[in-house]
Design a protein around this ligand. Structure first.
Ligand SMILES: [Zn+2]
Ligand SMILES: [Zn+2]
Length: 177
Protein backbone atom coordinates (compact mmCIF):
# COMPACT_ATOMS: atom_id res chain seq x y z
CA UNK A 1 0.00 0.00 0.00
CA UNK A 2 1.29 3.46 -0.82
CA UNK A 3 1.39 5.79 2.14
CA UNK A 4 -1.77 7.88 2.50
CA UNK A 5 -1.63 11.14 0.60
CA UNK A 6 -1.41 14.34 2.59
CA UNK A 7 -4.20 15.78 0.52
CA UNK A 8 -6.95 14.08 -1.43
CA UNK A 9 -7.17 16.90 -3.95
CA UNK A 10 -5.41 16.85 -7.28
CA UNK A 11 -2.60 19.26 -7.86
CA UNK A 12 -2.97 21.87 -10.54
CA UNK A 13 0.73 22.00 -11.08
CA UNK A 14 3.96 21.27 -9.34
CA UNK A 15 4.95 24.89 -9.77
CA UNK A 16 3.78 27.81 -7.70
CA UNK A 17 0.78 29.53 -9.19
CA UNK A 18 -1.48 32.40 -8.23
CA UNK A 19 -4.47 30.11 -8.60
CA UNK A 20 -6.08 29.62 -5.21
CA UNK A 21 -8.74 27.04 -4.88
CA UNK A 22 -11.69 26.31 -7.09
CA UNK A 23 -13.16 29.17 -8.99
CA UNK A 24 -16.79 29.68 -9.81
CA UNK A 25 -15.87 31.07 -13.17
CA UNK A 26 -16.25 28.54 -15.96
CA UNK A 27 -12.97 29.53 -17.54
CA UNK A 28 -10.33 26.88 -17.49
CA UNK A 29 -7.14 27.43 -15.55
CA UNK A 30 -4.31 28.11 -18.02
CA UNK A 31 -2.43 25.09 -16.72
CA UNK A 32 -5.17 22.82 -18.03
CA UNK A 33 -5.82 24.22 -21.46
CA UNK A 34 -3.52 21.74 -23.13
CA UNK A 35 -4.62 18.76 -21.11
CA UNK A 36 -6.43 16.04 -22.96
CA UNK A 37 -10.08 15.43 -22.07
CA UNK A 38 -10.58 11.79 -21.12
CA UNK A 39 -13.56 9.51 -21.18
CA UNK A 40 -13.39 7.36 -18.10
CA UNK A 41 -14.75 3.85 -18.14
CA UNK A 42 -15.25 1.49 -15.22
CA UNK A 43 -12.66 -1.29 -15.51
CA UNK A 44 -15.02 -3.77 -13.93
CA UNK A 45 -18.08 -3.40 -16.15
CA UNK A 46 -16.94 -1.08 -19.00
CA UNK A 47 -19.63 1.50 -18.27
CA UNK A 48 -18.63 4.99 -19.39
CA UNK A 49 -18.93 7.04 -16.23
CA UNK A 50 -17.41 10.37 -17.06
CA UNK A 51 -16.74 12.29 -20.25
CA UNK A 52 -14.85 15.20 -18.68
CA UNK A 53 -11.93 13.43 -17.09
CA UNK A 54 -8.52 14.94 -16.52
CA UNK A 55 -5.38 13.05 -15.67
CA UNK A 56 -4.04 14.44 -12.42
CA UNK A 57 -1.66 13.85 -9.58
CA UNK A 58 -2.38 14.36 -5.93
CA UNK A 59 -1.37 17.54 -4.17
CA UNK A 60 -0.09 15.57 -1.22
CA UNK A 61 1.66 12.79 -3.10
CA UNK A 62 2.72 13.42 -6.64
CA UNK A 63 3.41 9.71 -7.16
CA UNK A 64 -0.31 8.98 -7.04
CA UNK A 65 -1.90 9.28 -10.45
CA UNK A 66 -5.61 9.57 -10.78
CA UNK A 67 -8.32 11.17 -12.85
CA UNK A 68 -10.45 14.03 -11.76
CA UNK A 69 -13.53 15.79 -13.05
CA UNK A 70 -15.38 19.03 -12.39
CA UNK A 71 -18.92 17.68 -12.72
CA UNK A 72 -20.82 15.18 -10.60
CA UNK A 73 -20.77 12.09 -12.84
CA UNK A 74 -24.20 10.62 -13.50
CA UNK A 75 -23.09 7.00 -13.60
CA UNK A 76 -21.73 6.82 -10.06
CA UNK A 77 -23.18 7.04 -6.59
CA UNK A 78 -21.83 8.17 -3.25
CA UNK A 79 -21.61 5.34 -0.75
CA UNK A 80 -21.49 5.09 3.05
CA UNK A 81 -20.48 8.13 5.03
CA UNK A 82 -17.97 10.89 4.83
CA UNK A 83 -14.62 10.20 6.41
CA UNK A 84 -11.68 12.39 7.20
CA UNK A 85 -8.38 11.80 5.47
CA UNK A 86 -5.45 10.90 7.64
CA UNK A 87 -3.24 13.88 7.03
CA UNK A 88 -5.56 16.80 6.65
CA UNK A 89 -9.12 17.77 7.45
CA UNK A 90 -10.73 17.17 4.09
CA UNK A 91 -13.87 15.09 4.22
CA UNK A 92 -14.23 12.56 1.48
CA UNK A 93 -16.70 9.89 0.53
CA UNK A 94 -16.25 6.86 -1.65
CA UNK A 95 -17.87 6.74 -5.04
CA UNK A 96 -19.18 3.52 -6.59
CA UNK A 97 -20.04 2.62 -10.15
CA UNK A 98 -23.84 2.52 -10.48
CA UNK A 99 -23.73 -0.45 -12.81
CA UNK A 100 -21.46 -2.87 -10.94
CA UNK A 101 -21.17 -1.35 -7.46
CA UNK A 102 -17.39 -1.35 -7.31
CA UNK A 103 -15.69 1.58 -5.60
CA UNK A 104 -14.00 3.52 -8.36
CA UNK A 105 -12.99 6.75 -6.66
CA UNK A 106 -13.99 9.35 -4.12
CA UNK A 107 -15.62 12.74 -3.81
CA UNK A 108 -14.18 15.49 -1.65
CA UNK A 109 -17.38 16.56 0.09
CA UNK A 110 -15.70 19.21 2.20
CA UNK A 111 -12.19 20.36 1.35
CA UNK A 112 -10.13 21.68 4.24
CA UNK A 113 -8.64 25.16 4.29
CA UNK A 114 -5.12 23.91 3.78
CA UNK A 115 -6.02 22.12 0.59
CA UNK A 116 -8.12 24.98 -0.73
CA UNK A 117 -5.19 27.31 -0.17
CA UNK A 118 -2.88 24.98 -2.00
CA UNK A 119 -2.73 24.92 -5.74
CA UNK A 120 -5.44 22.41 -6.54
CA UNK A 121 -7.23 21.98 -9.84
CA UNK A 122 -10.71 22.76 -8.52
CA UNK A 123 -11.98 19.25 -9.15
CA UNK A 124 -13.72 17.41 -6.35
CA UNK A 125 -14.50 14.10 -7.99
CA UNK A 126 -11.59 11.71 -8.25
CA UNK A 127 -11.19 8.32 -9.89
CA UNK A 128 -8.49 5.81 -9.11
CA UNK A 129 -6.38 4.82 -12.05
CA UNK A 130 -6.45 1.14 -11.10
CA UNK A 131 -10.29 1.12 -11.23
CA UNK A 132 -10.79 3.17 -14.37
CA UNK A 133 -9.74 2.96 -17.97
CA UNK A 134 -9.21 6.12 -19.87
CA UNK A 135 -9.58 6.98 -23.52
CA UNK A 136 -9.12 10.29 -25.22
CA UNK A 137 -12.28 12.10 -26.05
CA UNK A 138 -12.64 13.33 -29.60
CA UNK A 139 -14.13 16.63 -30.63
CA UNK A 140 -16.44 17.33 -33.53
CA UNK A 141 -13.62 17.18 -36.08
CA UNK A 142 -12.46 13.81 -34.70
CA UNK A 143 -9.40 15.39 -33.16
CA UNK A 144 -8.42 14.87 -29.60
CA UNK A 145 -10.26 17.36 -27.44
CA UNK A 146 -8.34 19.56 -25.03
CA UNK A 147 -9.67 21.17 -21.88
CA UNK A 148 -9.22 24.58 -23.46
CA UNK A 149 -11.78 23.61 -26.13
CA UNK A 150 -14.24 21.94 -23.79
CA UNK A 151 -17.66 23.59 -23.49
CA UNK A 152 -18.76 24.69 -20.01
CA UNK A 153 -20.11 21.81 -17.99
CA UNK A 154 -23.79 22.88 -18.16
CA UNK A 155 -23.72 22.91 -21.92
CA UNK A 156 -21.51 19.88 -22.20
CA UNK A 157 -23.78 17.68 -20.11
CA UNK A 158 -26.76 18.55 -22.29
CA UNK A 159 -25.20 18.07 -25.66
CA UNK A 160 -22.61 15.47 -25.13
CA UNK A 161 -24.11 12.21 -24.11
CA UNK A 162 -25.03 11.19 -27.62
CA UNK A 163 -21.63 12.05 -28.99
CA UNK A 164 -19.97 10.11 -26.25
CA UNK A 165 -21.91 6.94 -26.84
CA UNK A 166 -21.67 7.15 -30.58
CA UNK A 167 -17.96 7.44 -30.26
CA UNK A 168 -17.70 4.57 -27.83
CA UNK A 169 -19.77 2.34 -30.09
CA UNK A 170 -17.79 3.19 -33.17
CA UNK A 171 -14.35 2.80 -31.70
CA UNK A 172 -12.44 -0.33 -32.61
CA UNK A 173 -12.92 -3.10 -30.09
CA UNK A 174 -10.09 -3.36 -27.62
CA UNK A 175 -8.63 -6.77 -26.97
CA UNK A 176 -9.92 -7.90 -23.58
CA UNK A 177 -7.26 -7.18 -20.96
ZN1 LIG B 1 -7.31 18.71 2.94
ZN1 LIG C 1 -18.71 -0.65 -13.06
Amino acid sequence: MPSPPTSPLPSATALASPFRGPSHSPSVHPQFRNKVVCILTCRHCQTAICHRGMKAILLGDTRVELYSTDTPPSQVQLVDKDYVTRNCRCKIRDVACLTCGNIVGYHVTQPCDTCLEACNNGHFWMFLSQEISCSERLGKNSQILLWGQLPPKEKDAAENHNDLYRWLVSRPAEPSR
